[in-house]
Design a protein around this ligand. Structure first.
Ligand code: PYC
Length: 321
């Protein structure tokens, strides 16, 4: 598989994207016409994208072209020739370190385009290299970046709920994982779940509780039992204030790191976690040099091929910002 270079195009040249969803959560992969970011580390190219071509993110992820759930993926050349591709993920509020559902969507998209056949692929992300195994028909396993629990049972004051406790873990993004306070992890309770998770995030922010590297904990994972037979179900609040329709691959990675730290799962054992819509990802822990490498399996379906048009005079051609 060889990633095609993104173009030198300015927005007026248009951009081609392929849309997919992974357990209901959308991914839009830029397949041509994206900005030329030059060479260098993916971190450096991410900086150039953020500072010089943020129009791509806003055009792809904001209304009127997108829903708040859309995650964009810019496929790039790898920095290291030992890798097959590189990708930068973004959403309605900014840029993501890694994105599990997005990686599955990216690989399913490349399969749809005939640019990947079943096999293993090393893909650079801004937070490290992940290994994707394409099984075929959009089914993909992602061996994620090393994940770990940073702090256990952290108490936080949550407006309307009092003190709650949860764990802080890294799964390619920072997560605060806590139990459902009794709301019920059902789609019909989305508004209350959203209100609770947002209050948790405000509580973390006002108490100055952050990830190990000082980053904001921008994903809140509320966990409970699944009535569909999975080992757990989650509601996930994402950074831009939307909820993840899928079980969230990086969130499942953070959960696996906590389970392993508590001795509740062994290397190779399967943990099935459902998202709020009921879609399930399968997770396993593998160990490499003593580090936890979560393996997440799910499937994605391609839904559209689109040519973006940036009409002269359209005040919202780069999204409603
Ligand atoms: O699947 O890792 C994920 C993810 C992060 C944000 C939305 N989905």
């Amino acid at each position: 598989m060889s990633p095609r270079r993104t173009g030198t195009a300015s927005p007026s040249h248009g951009v081609r994207v392929i849309d997919s969803h992974t357990a209901g959560e959308p991914t839009r992969v830029v397949v041509s016409g994206g900005p030329e970011l030059g060479g260098g580390s993916l971190g450096e190219r991410l900086r150039r994208l953020r500072e010089g071509a943020d129009w791509l993110r806003t055009s792809l992820c904001l209304e009127p072209r997108a829903s708040e759930a859309a995650v964009g993926a810019l496929l790039c050349e790898p920095d290291d020739a030992a890798n097959d591709a590189a990708v930068i993920f973004f959403n309605n509020s900014g840029y993501l370190g890694m994105c599990g559902h997005g990686l599955i969507g990216l690989v399913a998209t490349l399969e749809y385009m005939g640019r990947m056949t079943p096999g293993m692929f090393r893909i650079e992300t801004p937070v490290g290299v992940v290994v994707a195994t394409l099984h075929g028909k959009g089914r993909v396993t992602v061996a994620n970046v090393a994940s770990w629990r940073f702090r256990k049972e952290v108490a936080v004051e949550v407006e309307g709920y009092g003190q709650v406790t949860g764990d802080i873990a890294w799964g390619g993004n920072w997560f605060f994982l806590l139990d459902d306070p009794g709301i019920g992890l059902r789609k019909t309770n989305l508004e209350r779940l959203m209100g609770f998770a947002k209050a948790v995030r405000r509580g973390l922010e006002s108490a100055g509780i952050r990830g190990e590297d000082g980053s904001v904990i921008d994903h809140i994972e509320v966990l409970g039992d699944d009535d569909g037979g999975a080992d757990a179900r989650n509601f996930m609040l994402c950074p831009g204030g939307e909820y993840d329709r899928s079980p969230c691959g990086t969130g499942l990675s953070a959960k696996l790191a906590c389970l392993y730290a508590d001795g509740l799962i062994k290397e190779g054992e399967v943990w099935r976690q459902a998202g709020i819509l009921g879609g399930v990802f399968e997770g396993r822990v593998a160990l490499a040099d003593g580090k936890i490498i979560p393996e997440i399996t799910g499937e994605a379906f391609v839904t559209a091929e689109t040519q973006l048009v940036f009409s002269e005079g359209d005040p919202y051609r780069f999204g409603i910002r």
